[in-house]
Design a protein around this ligand. Structure first.
Ligand code: IMP
Ligand code: MG
Length: 190
């Protein structure tokens, strides 16, 4: 692990000296390299098709934006909003706050997630999207916490497997903060 001060950061001095942001788990260059690899895999797997990347708001926006820039060929994006977490605790209660704007019937869909933890959110979203009869439906998650899993669903594309602890940055928040960190850090609460 690398201290935040040793990484290139555009997050500003407040977050860098925030005691909650302590141990960097995945650095900005590591993220960028892996995202390019995932995009290359997607580009190859969906060559000749026009996949729809569906981001789950808000955690996946940074990952989706970076991923999208490296996907070659035609591609569409859309967003869903889900509510499931208050603070660092999983209530297990999932609600659809915003539906897709596009129809995905007959489309090749890639669900883009920031992190799969218990799998409850993913399970809910896959069930909702599955009823719309997409031509295919796969999952691309930046982070996977396999040890926290309650419901297992196949994950076609995984950026990094991480330990079962709460992480922030690169889109992931704690009470809506820290999404702007350009790296993934462990959350250290006092
Ligand atoms: P699951 O339903 O337990 O798999 O939780 C998935 C969602 O919970 C993710 O999309 C995140 O929004 C949130 N989440 C789970 N673990 C973390 C974490 O370590 N940091 C920030 N958000 C998390
Ligand atoms: Mg999320």
């Amino acid at each position: 692990m690398v201290a935040p001060q040793e990484t290139e950061s555009s997050a500003g001095p407040d977050l860098l000296h925030d005691p909650a942001v302590k141990d960097v788990l995945i650095t900005e260059p590591q993220l960028q390299r892996r995202v390019r690899e995932l995009a290359a895999q997607l580009s190859a797997d969906y060559a000749g098709r026009e996949p729809v990347l569906i981001g789950i708001l808000r955690g996946s926006v940074v990952f989706l934006a970076d991923l999208l820039r490296h996907v070659e060929g035609p591609v569409k994006i859309d967003f869903l909003a889900i509510s499931s977490y208050v603070g660092g605790d999983s209530s297990g209660v999932v609600r659809l706050l915003k539906d897709l704007d596009l129809s995905i019937t007959g489309e090749h869909v890639v669900l883009v997630e920031d992190i799969i933890d218990t799998g409850l959110t993913l399970n809910y979203v896959l069930r909702v999207l599955g009823t719309r009869n997409p031509a295919s439906l796969e999952v691309c998650t930046l982070l996977n916490k396999p040890r926290a899993r309650l419901i297992d669903r196949p994950l076609r594309y995984v950026g990094f497997e991480i330990p079962d602890s709460f992480v922030i940055g690169y889109g992931l928040d704690y009470n809506q903060r820290y999404r702007n960190l350009p790296y993934i850090s462990m959350l250290k609460l006092p």
